[in-house]
Design a protein around this ligand. Structure first.
Ligand code: ADP
Length: 412
């Protein structure tokens, strides 16, 4: 399908779609001022109990519908109905484009891209390296194209920000022919968030992103760190898949790959069982049974040893990455915490930075305790390196990238 990338200038709205295997999250934004017009979520697609929660932000109150939605098409039609009921229908001439979060863009996509048949074919070719995510993203795109075939649809890739990593950071030290034959290398994920946060930190410091070196710690249920030099990613902790790197809610992060052979040979586990173990039953949940940092903190406060150990393992890994990326960058201007844990868990921020004073890093206890939805510094004035909390906003970033592309198209 070829799309027409020229839009009337009064079309300032962008619909952002994040399609999972059984869910669709969406936001409608007006790029005139970045305001959200509506946000919502459809979950349990394909089940009898599918649920849509829709919140039109100018009028407040959420609406909820529970009704079977057999597939993504039914779900998106229901979303379109809800938007239309608020006068925000997808047929509106004010809608400029639909921006899709696409998890894996491989090496080919280093920037947001208007979706054509060729682009779809490439996203499909990447399914073997992103079997859980890319198929759902493809379904979301196809459904949206069917609803508005005339509208530019833009893919914004989670991997794009990391394509600037130097080859020596992206390569695993394994046989080159085998790696290349199977596209095995480090791609990194959460790129939209790392891009957004590293730029916002520069703004917080009153500097141009090209002038600052930042370590971004995206600590959500999934977690990743990145080293960003002058606005370009030079290393990141996730690899071929999101399993590598930090300790996460349910993922192990770094382990000796020989653990996998050992589980196969000694524990008799199948490849699929090990996949589930490392992705779904490891990390914080594997160590202590909980993956919610709030609950872990409550348990620690009550003297729970397993929760304490899980926290300590989590922090130890985080510190190792801060140290490693300090060395990679050589000079660090800021460390930025973001996502659910990074934005909210003051004890995690404090523990991760404590002991790093020789590196110029420190946290001010009072500033760290402040609860706010705004980007802010939590380091004392004397600290050589700024420590910041920057709420991430992947939807706004996707909308901005989408809108820029359709408003000022570049040759692709
Ligand atoms: P994802 O997008 O990866 O699902 P989020 O960025 O929404 O994750 O982060 C979710 C996690 O954030 C929760 O699992 C929980 O551990 C943590 N979290 C959320 N709020 C708080 C809080 N107030 N204190 C500590 N941790 C929190």
């Amino acid at each position: 399908m070829t799309t027409n990338a020229t839009r009337p200038t009064d079309a300032t709205r962008v619909l952002v779609l994040n399609s999972g295997s059984s869910s669709v999250k969406y936001q409608l934004l007006d790029m005139h001022d970045g305001a959200r017009l509506a946000v919502g979520l459809v979950e349990r697609i394909g089940e009898e109990t599918s649920r849509l929660v829709h919140t039109p932000l100018r009028d407040g109150g959420s609406r909820e519908r529970t009704a079977p939605m057999a597939d993504h098409e039914a779900a998106l039609k229901a979303v379109a109905d809800e938007l239309a009921a608020d006068g925000l229908g997808l047929d509106s001439p004010e809608l400029a484009a639909i921006g899709h979060r696409v998890v894996h863009g491989g090496l080919k996509f280093s920037a947001p891209t208007v979706i054509t048949d060729e682009v779809m074919a490439e996203i499909e070719r990447l399914v073997p390296v992103a079997p859980l995510h890319n198929p759902a993203n493809i379904t979301g795109i196809r459904t949206a194209q069917a609803l508005r075939p005339d509208l530019p649809q833009v893919a914004v890739f989670d991997t794009a920000f990391h394509t600037t990593m130097p080859e020596y950071a992206a390569r695993y030290a394994i046989d080159v022919e085998t790696a290349d034959a199977h596209r095995i290398r480090r791609y990194g994920f959460h790129g939209t968030s790392h891009a957004y946060v590293s730029r916002r930190v520069a703004g917080l410091l009153g500097k141009d992103p090209a002038e600052v070196n930042v370590i971004v710690l995206h600590l959500g249920n999934g977690a990743s760190a990145s080293a960003v030099a002058g606005g370009r990613c030079v290393d990141t902790s996730m690899g071929l898949t999101p399993l590598e790197g930090l300790v996460m809610g349910t993922r192990s992060g770094d382990i000796d790959p020989a653990v996998v052979f050992h589980l196969e040979r000694v524990a008799g586990m199948s490849t699929d069982e090990i996949d589930v173990l490392l992705n779904k039953k490891s990390g914080l949940v594997g160590l202590c049974g909980d993956n919610d940092m709030r609950e872990i903190q409550r348990r620690i406060d009550g003297g729970d040893e397993r929760a304490r150990l899980a926290f300590d393992v989590y922090i130890h890994r985080l510190k190792k990455y801060i140290g490693a990326y300090y060395a990679v960058l050589g000079r660090v201007d800021a460390v930025a915490f973001t996502a659910g844990v990074g934005e909210n868990a003051a004890p995690v921020r404090e523990a991760a930075i404590t002991g790093l004073e020789e590196l110029g890093l420190a946290v001010d206890a009072d500033l760290n305790a402040v609860r706010s939805g705004e980007p802010r510094l939590i380091s004392p004035e004397y600290a050589r390196v700024a420590v910041a909390v920057v709420p991430t906003d992947e939807e706004l970033e996707i909308a901005q990238q989408t809108y820029s592309l359709v408003t000022f198209p570049v040759d692709q």
